[in-house]
Design a protein around this ligand. Structure first.
Ligand code: ADP
Ligand code: ADP
Length: 173
């Protein structure tokens, strides 16, 4: 199965994707970031979203990529600042922690390797604002596009991680 995970920064894509991979052996995971980059690369600034999406579709089509499901990590913007500013990452594995919602056993240290965790430089309230603007402008039309194809599953991404995982499992079963 080919999946796309779409959601704003901090909506939980990175947290859920290893679980999805482990449970379902899915090798083709993409995030909205990939799509965003593709859109940016394919279209000059100022092109309408429609045109951008047509080109994206053409690009995926040319590569013979059929998308089976789009997981829409739907969440209110207001929740994201706390998610983003508390995020800590183990760079080499991509494991993600949160000071409040998913704390490591030892602060600043990866549970598995004992290596140090980092905070992304752009994980600030100010930068989040512009990343959210980009999300609403460039990535939300992608959800719309796939909705028309009937492959979008909307998740309640504001729920605790385990509940989101349960929703993901239901959608993929
Ligand atoms: P999002 O926050 O929606 O995932 P970004 O475009 O900000 O989108 O980042 C895309 C991905 O690139 C992130 O999910 C992360 O895995 C990786 N990434 C980007 N910048 C950094 C960084 N400074 N440190 C570690 N990982 C990063
Ligand atoms: P994304 O990849 O969509 O940018 P992450 O998976 O990195 O988002 O999650 C952002 C932050 O929020 C991380 O610190 C993560 O530990 C935490 N987090 C992820 N999912 C949840 C959740 N359902 N509830 C509370 N915190 C979460």
């Amino acid at each position: 199965k080919r999946l796309i995970l779409i959601g704003p920064p901090g909506s939980g894509k990175g947290t859920q994707s290893p679980i999805i991979k482990d449970e379902y052996c899915l090798c083709h995971l993409a995030t909205g970031d990939m799509l965003r980059a593709a859109v940016a690369a394919k279209t000059p600034l100022g092109l309408q979203a429609k045109e951008a999406m047509d080109k994206l579709d053409e690009m995926l089509g040319k590569q013979g990529v059929k998308i089976d499901k789009v997981l829409d990590f739907a969440i209110d913007d207001a929740i994201l600042e706390e998610r983003i500013t508390g995020r800590w990452i183990h760079p080499s594995s991509g494991r993600t922690y949160h000071t409040k919602f998913a704390p490591p056993k030892v602060p600043g240290v990866d549970d598995v390797t004992g290596e140090p965790l980092i905070q992304r430089k752009d994980d600030t309230a100010a930068v989040l604002k512009s990343r959210l603007e980009a999300f609403h402008k460039q990535t939300e039309p992608v959800i719309e596009y796939y909705s028309k194809k009937g492959v979008v599953a909307k998740l309640h991404a504001e729920k605790p991680p385990k509940e989101v995982t349960e929703e993901v499992k239901k959608v993929l079963s």
